[in-house]
Design a protein around this ligand. Structure first.
Ligand SMILES: NC(=O)c1ccc[n+]([C@@H]2O[C@H](COP(=O)([O-])OP(=O)(O)OC[C@H]3O[C@@H](n4cnc5c(N)ncnc54)[C@H](OP(=O)(O)O)[C@@H]3O)[C@@H](O)[C@H]2O)c1
Length: 292
């Protein structure tokens, strides 16, 4: 690994923070790209270089990519996903970046095509990366425990309910810390492992099973309720439409997949849903009394 810094976009977000912390702990030089340099300073102190800018502002991108060796490419789901990520990747290639590790969409949003606007956007970026003169790998993580499962746990703590469009639909949830571990592995490895990596946890767990796990852990009833999925709006906010499509795909069982990619790359099994639920409950400071 050269001493050229690794540029991390989305560094102040949920996954980006985990990736930066790991790279810093390994003594890697890191530069973060952010619209909020003060927030980055609070989060990372003096451990990283901070490049202030916006994906839509090419001069700030050109400055941020100057002298970097590798790029961790992450940006939020939005109508600008393709434009923003291609702008970052192209700027990085113009600065002779050697490797790009992209955080992509879940595999089931991308394959088969035609089911998800977010998956289609990530697929378009993956295709663009494939044509660039740099090593590239796209990580396709399944639904993150820290997002959808954490919401389900919070709901059960607050209301004693797990609500899903299909209680029998399973998800091969992945812990975001495992995604971060794989991202760091792929940034620092001698070579990347293929063009796309489908990252999942080791178990498929249904909403009904989650309700049972939560009831046992909370030692109180947790009701499992089905609620029909909302209609996907024909137009309007991109993220809203993308999330409505995720709900329908999950209800159809599309996220019920596991792979052995995390274990193969990291040499240890992925973190489990049961362990995540235990941690969440242990860290919930004020668990309100359940009112039947
Ligand atoms: N949640 C899941 O289950 C899941 C599953 C598969 C894939 N994913 C993918 O994960 C990604 C989201 O990751 P996340 O949840 O960690 O993101 P996040 O917490 O929403 O953070 C978004 C980051 O993007 C940065 N950002 C936003 N707009 C920017 C702009 N115009 N210029 C520069 N930086 C900008 C923000 O930085 P500043 O505000 O500091 O500028 C922030 O660090 C998406 O691509 C999504 O498709 C998520």
């Amino acid at each position: 690994m050269s001493a050229r810094p690794i540029l991390v976009t989305g560094a102040t977000g949920k996954l980006g923070q985990l990736i930066v912390e790991r790279l810093v702990a390994l003594g890697q030089p890191v530069r973060v790209f952010t619209r909020r340099p003060e927030t980055a300073r609070i989060l990372f102190k003096e451990t990283v270089q901070v490049a202030a800018g916006d994906f839509g502002d090419r001069p700030t991108l050109d400055e941020a990519v100057h002298g970097i060796g590798r790029l961790l490419l992450l940006s939020p789901i939005s109508a600008r996903l393709v434009t923003d990520q291609i702008a970052v990747a192209d700027a990085a290639v113009a600065a002779n970046v050697a490797r790009i590790v992209k955080i992509s969409g879940s595999d089931w949003t991308i394959e088969p095509p035609g089911n998800s606007i977010s998956g289609a956007a990530h697929a378009a970026i993956e295709r663009h990366l494939g044509g660039l003169p740099a090593e590239t790998v796209s990580l396709r993580p399944n639904a993150w425990m820290q997002v959808s499962l954490a919401n389900t746990v919070r709901q059960a703590i607050a209301n004693g309910q797990v609500i899903a469009a299909n209680l029998n639909a399973g998800i091969g949830y992945i812990d975001a810390r495992d995604i971060a571990d794989v991202a760091v592995h792929q940034l620092l490895a001698d070579r990347v492992r293929g063009r796309t990596l489908n990252l999942t946890g080791s178990d498929v767990v249904s909403f009904r099973q989650i309700a049972v796990l939560l009831a046992a852990a909370l030692k109180r009833p947790v009701a499992a309720l089905e609620k029909p999925p909302q209609t996907v709006p024909g137009h309007g906010d991109f993220e809203h439409r993308a999330v409505a499509q995720f709900v329908r795909l999950i209800a159809a069982g599309r996220a019920a997949t596991t792979t052995n990619v995390v274990a193969t790359l990291l040499g240890r099994p992925p973190r489990t849903v049961a362990a995540f639920i235990s941690e969440q409950l242990a860290s919930a400071t004020a668990v309100p009394e359940y009112q039947p």
